[in-house]
Ligand binder design. Structure first.
Ligand code: PMP
Length: 403
């Protein structure tokens, strides 16, 4: 088990108060908190070697370039990519998905089919809808069941030789469902379809191995993994990244430019036009180091304990329904009969408890359950059962005040 007291001391923000109450931070699904070592990395960058990368002969530029490329190697190692240049450093999951979606716009044709899951975040739906509008490809949806699990029986029926792409999240942000991506990837490959897995919600809890998964594209955001906002990653198999056209034109992504013709740089620079989030990339590397030091086994054990404890305690509240009861990460999405989730969230905030309320950028899931939204408490390894006690007492109080 993890030494939670020691771990909590790594996160200065956990000491603050909100409305005069100790902060209980249960909005980790939206963004995780940042340990001091990552904050120090950011301060160190701007204090000692802030410079633009790749083009400079001067010392600061070389130091920044070395650290940035070191971060890419950390990401490569963490996700077990075969080559460092298969890791594109991006602005985050949304950016990564759009790179792939816009690239396939040049490769799909009318009548091709793409499959997306019913459990997706809007950022893994809308870019593919835009792709279908541009190409005339048809979007098909893997439905979900009442537990919040994907109907894999229907997925297998949807697959056919016209299927070109399949998109699915590894873990659902709204419900926490862990999807059977191994089965999905294997089945899609039998039909020659490529698979993109949105790992935004999985990576805070699970260490994915892109080679073992044999996944074609895998994407994630640093800010859900103890890192800063505005930076993330796209893993793609070398031959597929080479096949896709660049996403944006500009500096860094070219080999030669004349007014007659431009030739593009090789991987990863082809997809990294312009000055990147240099400090963010370096801090992403530091966040990955931190999470690995804590260790994913310990993270999983702590978060499972929190999920079990929280589920039991919340289930005892009369009129409370939990959405998403299949195999899942430490997310509890719930409503109380007759009360709008927003009103519960507002009262919890006054009591120092930060949760997310609303549709969680996953409106199709809310439509499935026929609800406007939920209250979502998402736990991280630095949370405690004592904090869950505070949540439960606060929910009871909110219920009493709002009923
Ligand atoms: N996919 C999922 C499953 C998410 O939870 C999120 C963030 N809520 C995103 C994509 C988008 O991530 P970002 O905003 O960092 O681009």
């Amino acid at each position: 088990m993890l030494d939670i007291t020691k771990i909590r001391a790594d996160f200065p923000i956990l000491n603050r108060e909100v409305h005069g109450k100790p902060l209980v931070y249960f909005d980790n699904g939206a963004t995780s908190q940042t340990p001091q070592v990552v904050i120090d990395t950011i301060v160190d960058y701007y204090t000692t070697y802030n410079a633009n990368i790749h083009r400079g002969v001067h010392t600061l530029s070389q130091e920044a370039t070395d650290k940035y490329e070191e971060a890419r190697l950390k990401v490569q190692k963490h996700f077990n990519a075969k080559k460092a240049y298969e890791i594109i450093l991006t602005a985050g999951t949304t950016h990564s998905i759009n790179i792939v979606a816009s690239g396939f716009a040049a490769l799909l044709k009318e009548g091709d089919e793409v499959i997306v899951s019913a459990l997706e975040h809007h950022s893994n739906i809308v870019p593919w809808q835009m792709l279908c509008e541009k190409t005339g490809a048809v979007l098909k949806v893997i439905p979900m069941d009442e537990q919040g699990a994907l109907r894999m029986d229907v997925f297998h029926e949807l697959l056919n030789p016209k299927t070109k792409l399949v998109f699915c999240n590894h873990v659902s942000n709204a419900l926490g469902t862990i999807n059977p991506i191994e089965e999905l990837i294997h089945a899609a490959h039998k039909f020659g379809a490529y698979v993109l897995i949105d790992g935004a919600q999985a990576c805070p809890h699970i260490k994915p191995d892109v080679q073992a998964l044999d996944v074609d594209f895998y994407v994630a955001s640093a800010h859900k993994m103890c890192g800063p906002t505005g930076v993330g990653m796209l893993y793609g198999k070398e031959e597929l990244l080479n096949m896709l056209p660049p996403y944006q034109g500009g500096g860094e992504m070219i080999e030669t430019v004349t007014f007659e013709k431009t030739t593009y740089a090789g991987l990863p620079h082809k997809f990294e036009a312009g000055t990147p989030n240099i400090c963010g990339g370096i801090a992403f590397g530091a966040a990955i180091d931190y999470m690995n030091e804590v260790g994913f086994e310990g993270i999983a054990a702590q978060e499972t304990a929190l999920l079990d404890y929280g589920t039991k305690a919340l289930e005892e509240i009369d009129g409370l329904t939990i959405y998403g009861t299949s195999h899942k990460t430490s997310v509890i999405s719930f409503n109380i009969e007759g009360i709008h989730p927003y009103d519960i969230g507002a009262i919890l905030d006054k009591l120092g408890v930060a949760v997310r309320t609303g549709h969680h950028c996953a409106q199709p899931i809310m439509d499935f359950f026929g609800i406007p939204g939920t209250v979502r408490a998402s736990f991280s390894f630095y949370n405690t059962t004592e904090e869950i006690d505070v949540l439960v007492a606060a929910v009871k109080k909110a219920k009493m005040m709002l009923s």
